[in-house]
Design a binder for this molecule. Structure first.
Ligand code: NAD
Length: 431
């Protein structure tokens, strides 16, 4: 098949790479000529494990092509995936500017009957809006059908998630669209959920909001556990082994961040509001999330009796989660800003996110490894659970610090071990 993918971010480039790797010809369309030139050379422009190899392999084979020219990019395609960003607007709603602009460009350049598929996470009714715009701009002799195929990949494991998804959701209104989308996903093993467009649009928001709810639930239990003297990690193990609940996403910590959960929870609250439903549950999920980061910040400030002015802290881990360099809505930003506001001096280390972080963190010093970061600092603060932090040499860490104080925002270490080694150790939801 000949396919177009509009957008070359996490969703666009990963989808384009996988579909081309499966033998299709894929045109990936972007706006910035400099970025397109880099992509043509096989540079993915962001860090995602294994992605560079797949991009390079398919560029070389001539199956994966990049262009800024919509005419070239969509003219032969049977399926066009819209994979552009839907960031949060000021009022919490999804900002659809990119999606609607792309709809116009597709309409103007459509030369062959096609299925136009929204992979971007979009509010109910967006596919209808896209269809209206395409209709307005398209030539009269071409026709198209709409479909919604929400994306569930996770940054850090995007390739394997795309090749082995738990499910593939196809929202469509015609047999032809269902058949074409079923065919393109055939080599991918995953349960098919076939439904109408509005339901598919809702599935994505419902999924992310549910996962965010699990995280906030774990954090609420963690806060209570600290008060009653229980161990939240054991509680999560104790409840998570119940298969109805499941072990995943029940990790107490500094709260969720990233480019999806904060914006999708906000957007679903806004969608609900538009339909006169007050989604109180999700509003509380957001409040608990804010509080989780604040509780962690307060632990640091309270340890120093409210005065962190001139204290030097090492922040370990910046990306919103391991195995990505994505800094969008990363909890590390909130924590660093709060400490800097109180006059603390910050040195940071992240195994991958240095470049992306340097664009959003102006006043911090960047270290090149863990121990350079912690050298002579008043405390080490762990914010992202990178594997290399799990393997850390604790004796070396202790020696490097000015005072052996560790604030562990991801419960990476064992409290008993840390205490035995002489650390003053704080974590989340455990004594
Ligand atoms: P991103 O910000 O990484 O990428 C967006 C891309 O769209 C960029 O390459 C940008 O240049 C391009 N773009 C914007 N306007 C364009 C235009 N007019 N023409 C061509 N290209 C244009 O975004 P992302 O993280 O890939 O997310 C895309 C969508 O998928 C969002 O709706 C997001 O919520 C959803 N999603 C993201 C993830 C994730 O983990 N990142 C997972 C599932 C779903």
């Amino acid at each position: 098949l000949i396919i177009s993918v509009i957008g070359h971010g996490y969703v666009g480039l990963v989808s384009a790479s996988v579909f081309s790797d499966l033998g299709n010809t894929v045109w990936c369309v972007g706006r910035d000529p400099k970025k397109i030139a880099e992509l043509k050379k096989g540079n993915p422009l962001f860090y995602e494990p294994g992605l560079a190899e797949v991009v390079q392999r398919n560029v070389k084979a001539g199956r994966l092509k990049f262009t800024t020219d919509y005419k070239e990019g969509v003219k032969e395609s049977e399926i066009i995936f819209i994979c552009v960003g839907t960031p949060p607007a000021e009022d919490g709603k999804a900002d659809l500017t990119q999606v609607l602009k792309v709809a116009e460009e597709i309409g103007k350049n459509l030369e062959k009957d096609a299925v136009i598929v929204c992979k971007s996470t979009v509010p109910v009714g967006t596919n209808e809006k896209v269809a209206k715009i395409v209709n307005k701009f398209k030539k009269s002799n071409v026709s198209f059908e709409s479909a919604s195929c929400p994306e569930f990949l996770r940054e850090g494991t995007a390739l394997s998630d795309t090749l082995h998804p738990d499910r593939i959701v196809i929202g469509a209104e015609t047999e032809k669209a269902v058949d074409l989308l079923t065919e393109i996903h055939k080599p991918i093993q995953g349960e098919l959920v076939i439904t109408n467009i509005k339901t598919a649009e809702m599935i994505k928001y419902a999924a992310n909001s549910f996962l965010a709810t699990k995280i906030s639930f774990a954090n609420a239990i963690a806060e209570l556990s600290e008060k009653v003297g229980a161990d939240a990690e054991k509680i999560m193990e104790g409840i998570g082994l119940d298969r109805r609940i499941g072990r995943k996403f029940l990790y107490p910590g500094v709260g969720y961040g990233g480019s999806c959960f904060p914006k999708d929870v906000k957007a679903l609250i806004a969608i609900a509001g538009q339909y006169d439903y007050d989604f109180q549950l999700l509003k509380t999920v957001e409040d608990i999330n804010e509080k989780s980061a604040m509780n962690f910040i307060n632990k640091i400030i309270n340890h120093f009796k409210g005065d962190v002015e001139g204290k030097h802290f090492a922040i370990l881990g910046l990306a919103f989660k391991p195995n990505t360099d994505d800094m969008r809505f990363a909890p590390s930003i909130k924590i660093i800003e709060a400490l800097e506001k109180k006059g603390a001096v910050i040195t940071v280390f992240d195994p991958i996110a240095k470049e992306t972080a340097s664009k959003v963190l102006q006043n911090v010093e960047f270290a090149d490894d863990i121990y350079e970061c912690t050298a002579e600092k008043d405390a080490a603060i762990f914010v992202t659970e990178w594997n290399e932090f799990k393997q850390i040499d604790l004796a070396k860490l202790k020696k490097s610090l000015k005072s052996p104080i560790v604030f562990d925002g991801r419960n990476i270490y064992n409290p008993g071990v840390m205490q035995k080694m002489g650390f003053i150790y704080y974590s989340v939801g455990r004594k």
